[in-house]
Design a protein around this ligand. Sequence first.
Ligand code: GDD
Ligand code: MN
Length: 384
Amino acid sequence: MANEGTLALDTENANPIPTTATETAPELSIIVPTFNEAANVTELVKKLDECLGGVRWEVIFVDDNSPDGTADRVRDLARQDTRVRCLHRVGRRGLSSACVEGMLSSSAPYMAVMDGDLQHDETRLPEMLDLLRNSDVELVYGSRYTEGGGIGDWDESRALISRVATKLSRLILKSDISDPMSGFFMLRREVLGNTVDKLSQIGFKILVDILSSANPPLKTASVAYEFRTRSEGESKMDNHAAMDYLMLLFDKMFGHIVPARFVSFTIVGGTGIFIHLAVMYLLFQVGKLEFVAAQAIATLIAMTSNFTINNFLTYHDRKLTGWGWIKGLVTFNLACSIGAITNVGIASYIFAMETQWILASLAGIIVGAVWNYAVTSVYTWKSA
Ligand code: GDD
Ligand code: MN
């Protein structure tokens, strides 16, 4: 038979499986998160091809529907080269979650994560792969903070932020890692399998997330690399990255007790109290408006302010704009109004049981906050 050599019988399941699969299936998947990197992807594939001779590899670009058409560019490449794949996500944003989904779409025994903007040194990949193949190391990371590594042309403020973030990571990491902020690493697929359901997937710091989710701590090794200057496109690292990082740290430390988003939501709620009192002072004390009218206006303003800040901070990854913003404001204010009524109801009920006023009042606040958080997380900021 013509195809005799290519089919073998899997006796357990009695399914014919092509024997050539093991010869063609990739040994290494390189996961590349992209957002507006159309100008870089062709060059990256070329560079991977140049440095990975002798390795069966594939590259999986995970693109969050970039407006510059990165996904189309990747599909153009994929039509000419079967080693190139595109995972196109719509209505989603996030570097960490893109990396996780890219890794989950791979079947290779080894997986690497690297940026799509040529800032990571792809020529280090063969060494990383050899380390995994020939030792019991489970994860190899590219390090800028080790002999031979460097941060390239970063200005002093970004270098300082990176150093502080690295120090802070010690709060959640059990072992000493020279560059836990690195977005460049390679791991065995079992590592992902063992950690994936514990990952927070918040923000940019997927390596910290994986390292801190592993129990017992992973056996790691590092290879030095020099962070290159970006020549095309721009960095997406913004103020939110810091907020996301704090949320990640919190989630890793206390997430099993209370979700990080809830804490952010509650802190924003706290700012609402100050806004409310300030408006009351202006309208009632200074403006001599009637108490009830002033209280109603202050409530509306405080709610709107809470909504705006939460939309910007707590839910910046699901930020509402345009019509969505108006609808969000309405559902938020409705939910919080019901929350306020519940708060007063519960507090009065507990107070009537001759409990101390402060305990009764606190109970009302907690129930109201949980209600507001739960309802708005479903109706106002629906997850995609
Ligand atoms: N899919 C997806 N979704 N990709 C994203 C997103 C997103 O929301 N945001 C950024 N990316 C992609 C970029 O297109 C790029 O390929 C990569 O993630 C890194 O983003 P940059 O915006 O270039 O980040 P950076 O250069 O400032 O920081 C990088 O290097 C640091 C040092 O290694 C990141 O890798 C950091 O995580 C890392 O700490
Ligand atoms: Mn970059």
